[in-house]
Design a protein around this ligand. Sequence first.
Ligand code: GLU
Length: 422
Amino acid sequence: MEEVSDEDPYDNALAQLASVAEIVQVEPEYLEILKHPRREIVVYLSLKRLSGETVTYMGYRVQHNNARGPYKGGLRYHPDARLNEVRALAMWMTWKTAVIDIPYGGAKGGITMNPSDLVTDDLERLTRKYVDAIERNIGPEIDIMAPDVNTNPQTMAWIMNEYSKLTTHQVPAVVTGKPLELGGSEGRIAATGRGVSICARQAVQTFLHKDIKDVTVAVQGFGNVGSHTVSTLMEMGAKVVAVSDVTGGALARGGRGFEIPFDAISEIAQRDGSVSRIPGVEQISNEELLELEVDVLIPAALENQITEKNAGSVRAKLVVEAANGPTTPHADKILTRNGITIVPDILANSGGVLVSYFEWVQNLNRDHWTEEAINARLEFKMTKAFNDVLRYSVTSDLDMRKAALAIAVQKVASAMRLGGWH
Ligand code: GLU
């Protein structure tokens, strides 16, 4: 029998698109266009490292679609960053900006490397080389980058500075997720996690008929998204019983959640480099975390965490996808068959790019909004997007992923049709 692999993110993104092709009212020519990115940029970045050796790194920027506005999406630094991964992530950005209803298209970038192998000075020069290589294809009205896996406000500051040098004037709107001092937005760092928690709260009410305070939650991943998801869920009173990072996980038995406050967990994670060191907990692996008997499971790490191999062992009632592409299409079918509801990534984690949009608007207007204003708008837009997807899923008898995707594909196709893209 032919080996079934569901590990290629781009194949998975295409399978998802194919799964709504029959449902959506979209002409075949637009679906054909949407299967492919509009543009892919591949660059070879040769860097003379401080150690003296010269190493060549591969960099990518994939621009999937810009019918609804400029290309938008993060930049990730990871040893597994490959063209097909970046392609999938770019397509998912197109759907995400449509679902959360902001005037952007979708793009993604990556450099294949392990950032912990590079000293800060090398990382800065590599980032600047990447900007030099793609300068003509980015800009505040063309393609706006943001943080993703292993990139952060400092990375965005270097990009903004390099781009501004090349264009001979300050251009804060070329990137979002910047430090506050350089035109970053209040609330941006926590935005993705906060949005995930808002979606989880709505999903718990809708599908489990419970209050968020009365459910147990396990969160896989303690990077920017995972840690802020944990922090906002704890603020809401949810019982976070398990967390993990690349080194492993921690489980608080008894179903009451962690006894120590979020700040203490975060301090331990920073000090010891691992959340599994939280005192009084049971150490578990990332794989075990995914199979815990909890109400809500939140994968907040990388793609392909719930696959056909382990989907049958997932015992959560709800899966809220904080990472991009954590569930493969095969796993999706297994979870659905087992009565598990999935709140898809393109809805659940769209709070990040939403507040990126707020940052861009503030930059273009030379304005600065308060954190309260940002969080209130985030709450409003996330709740509305959740309700829109829910309504569509009920009226069209679709699961939440297909409903979100169908809404997105129809919006993008409509913009293409009006613009005369065929
Ligand atoms: N990297 C984030 C994502 O996957 C944020 C993108 C952005 O803000 O442009 O949604």
